[in-house]
Design a binder for this molecule. Structure first.
Ligand SMILES: [Zn+2]
Length: 250
């Protein structure tokens, strides 16, 4: 019988429940109120093709009621995080100038998304260490694991999208790192102690500063250890082009 993927990591309770492996709050922010959303790249989809999928069907019975509801604050936070990053670029007058978010909770949310994608078989051919499940249920992150934020390239396009790309060890199939884009803003999650951490970006930065025509917007991460470095974005214009990653997709 199928078990909760956090069985053995704290107590399970209740039957298996539908878990949106990509948080429903985020999917709904992207769809702007529509019930369907373009999705591509999952194991059951044709290659390089975006398909309109109902948000309600993007779930899988992989967590028991107790574990699912225990993790749901991360999904709520992810929705706020997504809407802030999207709003800063698309509707800056509607978002507050300063938004604080707990850094380790955002890291755990990224971890939860990856666990869900693997455990629901939405992505195949990769695995992760048991240590991930310990971290997801509260264990501290090992040194230099976690969130890196790369500085923007000279013409970064911020699309209304959530994007994930994995770096997998070809011998063990273990996920070593994952590139995310949240409302187009790139983040890297690293699972292991990298040889050259700077190559991934700024480790656990103080935040992101968006320099906009109407003033500055600041997303601040709260960490146990203080950090002073911030990543700065400067808005230079708008475009109808989408991110280069989508070229060649149907
Ligand atoms: Zn459980």
């Amino acid at each position: 019988m199928k078990k909760c993927f956090l069985d053995g990591y704290g107590e399970c309770d209740g039957k298996l429940t539908g878990e949106h492996y990509i948080s429903r709050t985020v999917l709904e922010s992207i769809s702007k109120g529509k019930m369907k959303i373009p999705i591509g790249g999952l194991s059951w989809q044709p290659e390089s093709t975006l398909q309109e999928i109902g948000i309600g069907s993007l779930e899988s019975n992989i967590l028991c009621y107790k574990h699912n509801s225990g993790l749901s604050p991360l999904d709520a936070l992810a929705g706020q995080f997504y809407r802030y990053l999207d709003g800063v670029d698309k509707n800056p007058a509607d978002v507050e100038d300063h938004f604080q978010v707990d850094g380790e909770s955002i890291e755990r949310w990224f971890l939860k998304v990856l666990c869900g994608l693997v455990k629901s078989s939405s992505i195949r051919g990769c695995s992760f260490k048991d240590e991930w499940l310990q971290i997801l249920t509260g264990k501290d992150w090992p040194e230099l694991w976690g969130l890196y934020v790369p500085a923007p390239t000279d013409s970064q396009i911020l699309n209304n999208e959530f994007y994930v790309e994995l770096k997998v060890n070809p011998e063990t199939n273990e996920i070593l790192a994952a590139d995310f884009r949240v409302a187009g803003v790139p983040f890297v999650m690293v699972f292991g102690t990298p040889g050259s951490p700077n190559s991934f970006g700024e480790y656990r930065p103080r935040g992101l500063i968006f320099e906009l025509p109407l003033g500055e917007k600041r997303l601040e991460f709260i960490w146990k250890q203080e950090s002073e470095r911030a990543i700065i974005y400067k808005k230079v214009g708008t475009t109808k082009e989408s991110h280069p990653q989508h070229r060649g997709w149907k």
